[in-house]
Design a protein around this ligand. Structure first.
Ligand SMILES: C[S@@+](CC[C@H](N)C(=O)[O-])C[C@H]1O[C@@H](n2cnc3c(N)ncnc32)[C@H](O)[C@@H]1O
Length: 418
């Protein structure tokens, strides 16, 4: 057995952690650069980095409890200890494998220190908890926006692995799948399953369904059934395009990313659905016609997806939120001009920041008197996704928690006054 077995995956996890925390990248982007790794090692590295980010503040508290002086935040010893403890708590890696793969990462450096701290903590016994603290800055922000209960719910949500949500193109297929596979349906054409192996579930290759968090499936449900021409303005990778096409709309799906639109195209082919694809920057592009409905699922900080992508908690710095907010306002103002009289605009973001969502919508309504809110009607969304007073829908951590929860989201429907 080679003596460095398992070390390259941990070394890659260390680089991924660094890419997220210091350079603000995504784990996925960092993983694509680990080209020297076998797929199985890359998957392990991604899992270790993900578990580390999921539990970072708690891991740091453990590390600090075992050192006389706090290790510098950006020190290699702290990073290696974080990875090691995340494997113990989140992945159940045996102690001997944790130690054997951690120490080579600090060869020629603080090896004794890391060995000592790790030994102390492993002997003391560290176990998973059912609630993990989020970075203090995020907790403070969400506490002031949404209250303490939302923060406590977010802590519980990040500690558990989210279930898998599938959206079906067809009602009958969804019902049959739920019955045959023990899934739960929380909305029309939705089935929630506990499995994590997507390709092994029946119906994937035949294109009966696609993976889409229940919250992400809600905005497209607000597009009126009678709308013929629908523009999906930031469409890739296409979960909502497929919903719209499956609902019978004639969909134009636009995105500025050619590679992401390529994934959308693959998704359409797998599901045997159709849409007209446009690669363009929506800030430059102008349509040659007006639409009955437009869905703007806008680029955002994505902090609502923190359960599956814990790195968003570290990437969503004030500058990122501010830049995305500004982009959303510009996209909204343009999209509003492309509606037919009586046409409908649905705006959504998978963000838990009120600057993305409530504040953008308030600005839009102030600046464009031709638009008015059209709140969801009873039965359009699952009962738990109640509109708030002004008529928009804000999905906070804690909603449907007993059923497994859902991503944080904001959505609103507006109509162009005739
Ligand atoms: C939140 S994602 C969309 C997810 C998609 N609606 C779905 O359900 O699968 C935002 C998308 O906006 C695209 N985007 C960002 N800026 C854009 C722009 N100026 N014009 C068009 N698309 C843009 C990104 O490439 C990204 O695919």
């Amino acid at each position: 057995m080679p003596s460095d077995e398992g070390v390259p995956a941990r070394r890659a996890a260390l680089q991924m952690l660094d890419a997220v925390l210091r350079r603000g990248q995504t784990i996925e982007a960092a993983a694509t650069r680990a080209t020297n790794l076998a797929p199985v090692d890359r998957a392990l590295a991604t899992a270790i980095a993900g578990e580390t980010l999921r539990r970072l503040p708690d891991l740091d508290a453990l590390i600090d409890s075992a050192t006389r002086q706090p290790l510098p935040d950006d020190s290699k010893s702290r990073a290696v200890l974080r990875l090691a403890l995340a494997q113990k708590i989140g992945l159940g890696t045996p102690d001997h494998a944790i130690v054997a793969t951690a120490l080579p990462l600090v060869d020629g450096g603080p090896r004794r220190l890391v060995h000592g701290v790790l030994g102390t903590l492993l002997r003391r016994g560290v176990t998973a908890t059912d609630s993990c603290r989020l970075p203090g800055i995020v907790e403070d922000r969400w506490r002031s926006a949404w209250g303490e209960e939302a923060v406590l719910a977010a802590r519980r949500q990040i500690a558990r692995r989210p279930s898998l949500d599938l959206t079906f193109a067809d009602d009958a297929a969804a019902e049959m799948f739920a019955q045959a596979n023990g899934g739960r349906s929380l909305a029309r054409r939705h089935v929630r399953v506990d499995s994590s192996n997507v390709a092994e579930l029946p119906g994937f290759n035949s294109g009966q369904w696609w993976v889409q968090d229940l919250a992400a499936s809600l905005p497209a449900r607000l597009i009126p059934a009678e709308a013929t021409q629908v523009l999906d303005l930031c469409a890739a990778p296409g979960g909502k395009t497929m919903q719209l096409a499956a609902a019978g709309h004639r969909v134009t799906a636009l995105d500025s990313s050619r590679s992401r639109l390529g994934r959308l195209n693959e998704n359409l082919q797998r599901t045997h659905l159709t849409a007209q694809l446009v690669v363009a920057d929506a800030l430059q592009w102008t349509p040659d016609r007006r639409f009955d409905a437009i869905l703007l699922d806008a680029p955002c900080s994505a902090t609502g997806t923190f359960r599956r992508h814990p790195e968003v908690l570290y990437r969503a710095r004030p500058r990122i939120v501010a830049d995305n907010s500004e982009l959303q306002s510009r996209l909204l103002a343009r999209a509003a001009k492309w509606l037919k009289s009586g046409g409908v605009l649905v705006y959504s973001v998978c963000s838990l920041e009120p600057q993305e969502g409530e504040e953008r919508l308030a600005d839009l309504l102030k600046n464009d008197p031709t638009l008015e809110m059209r709140p969801p009607l009873a039965g359009e969304l699952p009962a738990a996704a109640n509109p708030t007073g002004p008529g928009w829908v804000r999905i906070l951590p804690g909603l449907l928690e007993a059923e497994g929860g859902l991503d944080g989201f904001f959505m609103a429907r507006l109509v162009a006054k005739g």
